[in-house]
Design a protein around this ligand. Structure first.
Ligand SMILES: Nc1nc2c(ncn2[C@@H]2O[C@H](COP(=O)(O)OP(=O)(O)OP(=O)(O)O)[C@@H](O)[C@H]2O)c(=O)[nH]1
Ligand SMILES: [Mg+2]
Length: 427
C-alpha cells in the first residue's frame, strides 16, 4: 500500500511525513525544500484488536497461560514479521511518499515541473496537504496573511493532475485513434492502458474514463473526432478512479474551524475525507516520545509524562506539550493517523487477514504466532490472498482452511476482516 503526500510548496508535507514515519527530513519555511522524494513507512494501527487476542483467550481458557500485570507487551502474544503489537494494537506498514511541492502550471513545466508526478505513480491514494492558516501564497511563499484558501489549493491540484494525465493521453492520441479506426472500439481501452500502465492504471480505471465521456458527451462520436473537452473528461475520471484524494487541513493550529468547512463538503462529494491536522504539533509529540520524555501512541492526542520527562522538562515545555495535546483534542478525525486510517479502511476498503501455515496453533513454519497481517481489498478471494502472499502459492492453490472455524474453504471464498487462513498449495 502506497500513499502519496501532495500539495503546493511549504504546506507541511514533509512535516507530516516526518510525524508519520519518524524519518528525519528537511523541513523549512520556504518553497521547494523537498526536491527528491522522501519514502518511508508509517505504522498504522488496525482498528480491531490483533487476532492474537483470540488465541490468548483460548490459551487462558485452556489453562495454558496466565495474566501478567508486568507484561511489557500488555497481553499480545503474536510475533510480527513487520511492525509490532502491544496491547493487541497491531501495527501494519503503509509506504508514504513525500514529493516536491506543486505550483499552478506544473504540467507545463512551472516550478519543479511535473517530473515528480511520476513519483506518485502506483500510489493507491493521495493525501493533499493544504494550508488552512492563509500564511502562504499559492506558490508557497510566506506572506503572513491572506494567502491561498484550501479550496483554491484543492481545485488547482485537481487541475494539475488532470492536465498531467491528459498530456500523457494526448501525446499519442492520433495513433490511438487510428488503432480504433482499424481494430474497432476495443482498441480504445487498450490504447489508454498502454499509455497509462506506467502510472498504475488498470482496465477498471480506463473504463471509468471512457464511460464518463459517453455519459457527458453522448454525441461525441468516434474517438478520432474527440477534442480537448472529451480528453479532459477522460483524464479527470481516470484520475479520480486512480488517485482518490483526501485532505490534511494542515496548520489548523493557526486557523479557525470554518476555514475548511466548504472544502470538507467538496472533498466528501468526490469520495474523499478531510481531517484537520497540525503536522508540526504531532511531530513535536513524536519527538518528545522518541526522546523518552512522554508516553504517547501515534493517533492518540493524550500523553503521559515519563519519569525522565518529569526530571528533564521545564515548566514552559510541559505547558507547550499540554497545549499541543489540547488543540489536537479539539479537532475531530484523529489527526494524521486518523486520516490514514480512514483512507486505508474506509476509502480503499482494505481488510486484514492473517495467513498461517498451521491452522491449529496459528503459526508459520518456524513457530511464529500470526507473523503476517496482510491488507487486501474488500472482495479479495482466498485464492487472491494466496497471490498476495506469494505468486507460487496462488498458482498452486488447492484449498484453504478458515483457522477460526476449522472449515475448508474454496478459491472463491471472500476474505472477511480478521480471517486467519491456512492455504494448501501444490509445491
Ligand atoms: N503552524 C504550523 N506550521 C507548520 C505545520 N506543519 C508544518 N509547518 C511549518 O510549515 C513550514 C513548511 O513545512 P514543510 O514540511 O517543509 O513543508 P513542505 O510542504 O514539505 O514544503 P516543500 O518541501 O517546500 O514543498 C515549516 O516551517 C514547518 O515548520 C503546522 O501544522 N502548523
Ligand atoms: Mg517538503
Amino acid at each position: 500500500m502506497r500513499i502519496g503526500l501532495v500539495g503546493k510548496p511549504n504546506v507541511g508535507k514533509s512535516t507530516a511525513f516526518s510525524a508519520l514515519t519518524e524519518n528525519p527530513v528537511e523541513i523549512a519555511n520556504y518553497p521547494f525544500t523537498t526536491i527528491e522524494p522522501n519514502v518511508g513507512i508509517a505504522w498504522l494501527p488496525l482498528r480491531e484488536d490483533c487476532a492474537c487476542s483470540k488465541l490468548r483467550i483460548r490459551k487462558e481458557n485452556e489453562g495454558r497461560m496466565e495474566n501478567n500485570d508486568e507484561d511489557p507487551r500488555k497481553g499480545s502474544i503474536c510475533n510480527p514479521n513487520t511492525g509490532s503489537c502491544t496491547g493487541f494494537k497491531r501495527l501494519v506498514p503503509i509506504t508514504l511518499i513525500d514529493v516536491a511541492g506543486l505550483v499552478p502550471g506544473a504540467h507545463e513545466g512551472r516550478g519543479r515541473g511535473n517530473q515528480f508526478l511520476s513519483d506518485l505513480a502506483r500510489c493507491d491514494a493521495l493525501i493533499q496537504v493544504v494550508d488552512t492558516s492563509g500564511s502562504t501564497d499559492i506558490e508557497g511563499n510566506p506572506i503572513g496573511s491572506d494567502g491561498s484558501t484550501p479550496i483554491e489549493e484543492y481545485n488547482f491540484l485537481l487541475r494539475e493532475l488532470d492536465s498531467w494525465i491528459k498530456g500523457i493521453i494526448s501525446s499519442g492520441w492520433q495513433r490511438g485513434a487510428r488503432r480504433v479506426q482499424s481494430e474497432g472500439e476495443k482498441a480504445l481501452p487498450l490504447y489508454l492502458l498502454d499509455q497509462l500502465t506506467g502510472i498504475g492504471a488498470k482496465e477498471i480505471h480506463v473504463m471509468a474514463g471512457i464511460n464518463a465521456v459517453n455519459e457527458k458527451f453522448p454525441d461525441s462520436g468516434v474517438p478520432w473526432n474527440w477534442g480537448d473537452e472529451e480528453l479532459y473528461t477522460i483524464s479527470s475520471s481516470i484520475r479520480a478512479a486512480l488517485f482518490p484524494i483526501s485532505i490534511a487541513a494542515n496548520k489548523a493550529d493557526r486557523a479557525s474551524l470554518e476555514t475548511w468547512a466548504d472544502l470538507t463538503k467538496l472533498v466528501n462529494e468526490n469520495g474523499g475525507v478531510l481531517v484537520p491536522t497540525s503536522a508540526e504539533a504531532e511531530l513535536a509529540l513524536r519527538r518528545a516520545s522518541r526522546a523518552g520524555l512522554i508516553l504517547h501512541s501515534p493517533g492518540n492526542s493524550n500523553f503521559e509524562i515519563t519519569e525522565q520527562g518529569n526530571a528533564k522538562l521545564s515548566n514552559p515545555q510541559r505547558k507547550g506539550l499540554k497545549n499541543i495535546s489540547n488543540s489536537l483534542n479539539s479537532w475531530e478525525g484523529g489527526g494524521l493517523i486518523g486520516l490514514l486510517s480512514e483512507i486505508v479502511f474506509d476509502i480503499l476498503e482494505r481488510r486484514v487477514s492473517y495467513p498461517v501455515q498451521d491452522e491449529t496453533h496459528w503459526i508459520d513454519g518456524e513457530g511464529n504466532i500470526l507473523p503476517d497481517a496482510i491488507l487486501v481489498p474488500e472482495g479479495t478471494t482466498a485464492k487472491g490472498l494466496a497471490y498476495a502472499v506469494h505468486s507460487d502459492l496462488g498458482d498452486g492453490f488447492i484449498r484453504a482452511i478458515d483457522a477460526i472455524s476449522s472449515r475448508v474453504i474454496g478459491a472463491d471464498y471472500e476474505i472477511k476482516n480478521g480471517d486467519i487462513i491456512r492455504i494448501h498449495a501444490k509445491s
